[in-house]
Ligand binder design. Structure first.
Ligand code: 0GY
Length: 290
């Protein structure tokens, strides 16, 4: 583990908010264990191990029933830890993998059998070396045949340049963490409004309304400054939003969130039972289990 790496919260609080039956944590990771599933040589950080057993225990403790496990960059394109967790989940987890241009149909088939339903394209420079857009487009054609979707992770300043590429993608496209808006600029700033406009223009674009802990200036426990951004997306695009804990919260530097506090943010961004059911049950079930 890197010297400045913060491990996940050892003892999160029980949230006051009780998620609806069948709720899905649609963004989380497993790391290692490194002695079984070594971290990728090309990784930009080395985390603490975060096992599938710990993830499934947290799921139960927080009141969720299912997980969507997203391949993290510290494992590169080696999806073995992800597949191992999916296979151990009794069908209660689906996955988003990271693959290269040489991936074969047989390999995609095996990933599908294990529960993978999407690939992740990462544009965050501190996490990965750049991949040419043509490579991503080639992968997108291959995975579209499996009915999968694409998860994209980028930072707000990169959105404008990415718009033509996003519009070319042949599948549903899910944006991580609302495109990482600069919260200090406010909801009405052209940067966030550009993302809202893109959601309006692209019916295939979805957003995770996740990660207040990464975006907040105010900080825990309420992360109130992030709520208006997430609430706007939930209100306006109720059937195209997902929520996740982001456990085990890689690369958090300011603090390590208490996962119970993150769950307690949900009723402040999805303000009635119908919106909460869409966000936590109906949308992820449609995307990952139908
Ligand atoms: C997240 C965010 C981060 C890391 C990764 O794949 C990753 O390494 O996604 C980050 O550092 O912002 O969603 O887990």
């Amino acid at each position: 583990m890197d010297a400045d790496y913060l491990p996940f919260h050892p003892d999160p609080s029980k949230p006051g908010y009780v998620p609806p039956p069948g709720a899905v944590d649609a963004h989380c990771h497993v790391f290692g264990p490194a002695d079984q599933f070594p971290y990728a040589p090309e990784r930009k950080y080395t985390p603490c191990d975060a096992s599938k057993e710990k993830l499934f225990a947290l799921r139960d403790f927080l009141g969720f029933e299912r997980n969507v496990i997203v391949q993290a960059t510290c494992h590169g394109k080696d999806n073995r830890a992800l597949v191992d967790a999916l296979k151990a989940s009794n069908g209660l987890a689906r996955g988003v993998a990271s693959v290269g241009p040489g991936i074969t149909e047989a390999e995609l088939h095996d990933l599908h059998e294990a529960g993978v339903r999407g690939v992740r394209f990462n544009f965050v420079k501190r996490l990965v070396d750049a991949t040419p857009k043509e490579v991503f487009l080639g992968i997108s054609e291959k995975i579209a045949k499996f009915g999968w979707h694409i998860v994209v992770y980028f930072e707000a300043q990169d959105l404008e340049g990415l718009i033509p590429f996003l519009k070319q993608l042949p599948t549903i496209v899910v944006v991580d963490h609302m495109g990482r808006p600069d919260i200090a600029k406010g909801v009405d700033h052209p940067d966030f409004q550009r993302f809202v406009t893109l959601m309006e223009e692209m019916p295939t674009l979805w957003s995770k309304v996740s990660c207040p802990e990464r975006l907040s200036v105010e900080g825990p426990p309420l992360y109130s400054d992030v709520a208006p951004f997430a609430r706007l997306l939930v209100d306006r695009f109720t059937d195209r939003v997902l929520w996740g804990t982001d456990w085990p919260h890689p690369n958090m530097k300011s603090h390590m969130p208490d996962d119970g506090h993150l769950v307690d943010v949900i009723p402040r961004i999805a303000t009635d039972a119908a919106k909460q059911k869409a966000l936590l049950v109906d949308n992820p079930m449609r995307l990952y289990w139908s």
